[in-house]
Design a protein around this ligand. Sequence first.
Ligand code: AMP
Length: 615
Amino acid sequence: MAVETVVPATNGIAAKVGPATHEKDAEKLRFIEEMTANPDAVQEKVLAEILTRNAETEYLRRYGLGGATDRLTFKAKVPVVTYEDLQPEIQRIANGDRSAILSAHPISEFLTSSGTSAGERKLMPTIKEELDRRQLLYSLLMPVMNLYVPGLDKGKGLYFLFVKSETNTPGGLTARPVLTSYYKSEHFKSRPYDPYNVYTSPTAAILCADAFQSMYAQMLCGLLQRLDVLRVGAVFASGLLRAIRFLQLHWKELSQDIAAGTLTAKVTDPSIRGAVAELLRPDPELARFVAAECSEGEWAGIITRIWPNTKYLDVIVTGAMAQYIPTLEYYSGGLPMACTMYASSECYFGLNLNPMCDPSEVSYTIMPNMAYFEFLPHGGDGRHPGEGVDTAQLVDLADVEVGKEYELVITTYAGLNRYRVGDVLRVTGFHNAAPQFRFVRRKNVLLSIESDKTDEAELQKAVESASALLRPYNASVVEYTSHADTKAIPGHYVIYWELLAKDSSSSAAAAAAALARDAVMERCCLAMEEALNSVYRQSRVADGSIGPLEIRVVRGGTFEELMDYAISRGASINQYKVPRCVNFPPILELLDSRVVSAHFSPALPKWIPHFPGRN
Ligand code: AMP
């Protein structure tokens, strides 16, 4: 039943595109309107709530707030911090200290961020009720989407969703990624039936930690229900591309299962087998169809060919994921891509109120009820003005200015106070009085294939550690740069090395022969991988979502040519620095045209799902 005039006729989202389709949606849209009408008042209330409840925590007592819950006192007394500043407190909680260190509410678990510190995932303490807050944000997504895409209750979503392995801290708290925590929660497992949120994937398949079994079952169920599928998605673009790669590799087996109506013995998880058995019947016609579509060798538009009723892709393609837009366009025949939300392990931030817009236009509206948000102005040159943080510069959510860039700083119910998330956002406009933000980038990320984030220092360390293997050969790395190559799935890191043979008596050719004989460059590739952070290594080992690292050796003088090129385009010779990551196609072409040999990592690096800091 259509509900008329559900939100104020002026400026409301529903007013822009038509009324909400049912009362539940109308209520959610009203909530968005309420929250965005006066974000400053909501923020004031949120901060007061957080400071009241956490007043007796060790952390806040340290700064002598004296029970004050107002913004002025808070800003004057509490410092802006990074993860590293909080590490002593976090370590104590992880070791089992149950006192109210950061939060007055008991820490229920740690969420392991894809952001790393000293090579290990950051651990974000969280409390039970944060699940409700996350759930609340999720509950706003479909009411907004329903305004733009009608009829989503007439079919299903094919979503590739996965849990990852979890560990325990020495003090016995679970540490796992935020989505793993969410999918394993009753909020997700026992969610009430909602015709707008029906998935083709059985919950048992989503909850299986074995990546192959989970993906196989989710793909199979997606194929079995192909005509019901109205939207196809994954959290990030890289996840959806992995699913397509999986189909490329396993379509024969999948179609055999469909033809016979039996599930491969490779899927052993009894609850998956039970769930799939409810759907799987011999269907030779569907099996022939799948095999015909997949064996053509032509993968353009495969998503719409197999799932012809798909109206849009639901994947994040902003930030580091923008590199996958052309590939997704290729596989989907140009379907719209909806980036619906912006969230992190620390806190869920907000949603896109215009989800069917072009990826380049995506702006997220931060919901002021999720946490207390501050914004550190970010210089256009990528540096903060002055050394350290001038806390007087931070502005409130309601005071950001259109066109300016800021780094996000959050104060959460779970006990992070003035915490720098590391994301840089640009204000693009307002919804009601609430600012909307374009995700510009995450600070210090040089290379990223999926959730891995490698910074310049980590790359440098990896190059140093690998180049030690060259020493016995009297060779060294004179210059290097890198590129995240996502042309093939999975993507992989490419590191360009220019080598120098130190021993002038030995010719370059002889040095090259010795290096080749001992497969030194291959060992260097693996040594680099061993030196990269644990998120990278987990993606390589447990998820297979990053391919083997490649070193491309370029001929002598290449990096000088690179400098000449930059200078010819206006760079100052005095200020020129070798870029440690290149994406500009002409420079990549130049580098690739100078490659003398390419080498791949011959093995997987070490990765064990252990608690960081434990041996
Ligand atoms: P994690 O802590 O591993 O959950 O990662 C959270 C980070 O992922 C955020 O701080 C952002 O850098 C990035 N991220 C999350 N959502 C988006 C989005 N919609 N667009 C771009 N980047 C995002």
